[in-house]
Design a protein around this ligand. Structure first.
Ligand code: TYM
Length: 343
């Protein structure tokens, strides 16, 4: 059977990019899961410690993120959903894996550079002195998250592809150095939707950490504000038929991507549907589709955040199910490394 594993950081809002890039596909996969397969999802709260936080806000967001996942239709009876911090096994495996992860590979990861706001080689070299070890080593924790369950597939959005390459590298370095075949090589299961872009600046991705609320649609916000944000989305001043051209027309292309993902149709199908629309008509079409798509998640979310006890119960039950798999795998890894007391 398959073992599907993925995670989401709790910081900031749960936005349309997370929904179309991750949660919607998780939901689709969960519905088709056969009895020999398992799906494990976690709130990647330990990952949120890689940048400074307001820790009492973070505590609240950990549960809001949990509610958001359930609001997207994921059923805690079918999918194991828990908080990463509840399982010390994640960091215990991470330590072992850091001993197999090359500094050069980590240095090539783009995300710490983006989070630290550095671009040029000189800036990067300079930043290496200041960057915290947790942010730099973050991809190894992510590798541990996946390998802890010996995942066969990892369903993620495009921006996580590089991290999963590192995961496979670390897994194969471990297998090679220990002369085992313990870790399987996990496959990236990429969401059908392209990366969802920032509504104000479509040269960037839609991001939880963007302080400007106009750049993103949160699944928890009210429909009026969803509509306003889409109507205000940055497009371009090119006249004539609407075209899908991510290079020249990233804003229009982003709206086409969003609509295609919601309508479950290809980019080509959407383009032929909207090519003679005005930009305003396209925005109206997208706004209505988004509002309708998020209506139910929006409603369920509001109910769930009002029942914190229920969320705690689900999370603890999820952690128990995850621990059953994780602790067994971790023991084997430590045994392979000679860290057991068997004679
Ligand atoms: P995170 O929390 O940034 O995002 C969660 C999921 O949402 C997808 N996503 C997007 N997809 C399309 N367009 C966007 N603008 C967009 N923004 C986010 C991401 O691809 C992701 O699938 N490091 C991970 C969390 C993580 C993880 C793991 C994932 C920790 N450990 C192990 C898989 C396996 C992260 O920060 O995702």
């Amino acid at each position: 059977g398959s073992m599907l594993v993925s995670g989401i950081q709790p910081t900031g809002s749960f936005h349309l990019g997370n929904y179309l890039g991750a949660a919607k596909t998780w939901h689709t996969i969960a519905r088709k899961l056969d009895s020999s397969s398992q799906m494990i999802l976690f709130i990647a709260d330990l990952h949120s410690l890689t940048v400074p936080q307001n820790y009492s806000v973070l505590k609240r967001q950990r549960f809001e993120a949990y509610a958001s996942l359930l609001a997207c239709g994921l059923d805690p009876a079918k999918v194991t959903i828990y908080h990463q911090a509840a399982l010390p096994e994640h960091t215990q495996l991470q330590w072992a894996l850091t001993c197999f992860a090359g500094m050069g590979l980590l240095n090539r990861m783009t995300q710490w550079k983006a989070k630290a706001g550095v671009k040029t080689e000189a800036e990067i070299q300079n930043e290496l002195g200041a960057v915290r070890l947790g942010l730099f080593a973050y991809p190894v924790l992510m590798a541990a998250d996946v390998l802890l369950f010996n995942a066969t597939h990892v369903p993620v959005g495009q921006d996580q592809v590089q991290h999963l390459e590192l995961t496979r590298d670390v897994a194969s370095a471990f297998n090679k150095q220990t002369n085992t075949k313990f870790f399987r090589s996990p496959k990236t299961l990429m969401a059908p939707a392209n990366k969802i872009l920032n509504l104000r600046d479509p040269s960037k991705k839609m991001s939880k950490s963007d302080p400007d609320e106009l750049t993103k649609i949160n699944i928890t916000e009210d429909p009026t504000s969803m509509r306003t944000k889409i109507m205000k989305a940055t497009t371009d001043s090119i006249d004539g038929p609407l075209t899908f051209d991510p290079e020249q027309r990233p804003g229009i292309s982003n709206l086409i991507t969003i609509y295609s993902a919601i309508a479950n149709q290809t980019i080509e199908e959407t383009v032929s549907q909207v090519k003679d629309f005005s930009k305003r008509d396209l925005k109206e079409l997208v706004a209505e589709a988004v509002v309708k798509e998020l209506e139910e998640p929006n409603r369920i979310y509001k109910e769930l955040v009002a029942s914190p006890d229920l969320l705690h119960k689900y999370s603890l039950e999820g952690a128990d199910k995850a621990r059953a798999v994780a602790s067994k795998n971790l023991k084997e890894v430590y045994k392979i490394l000679g860290m057991d007391m068997e004679t």
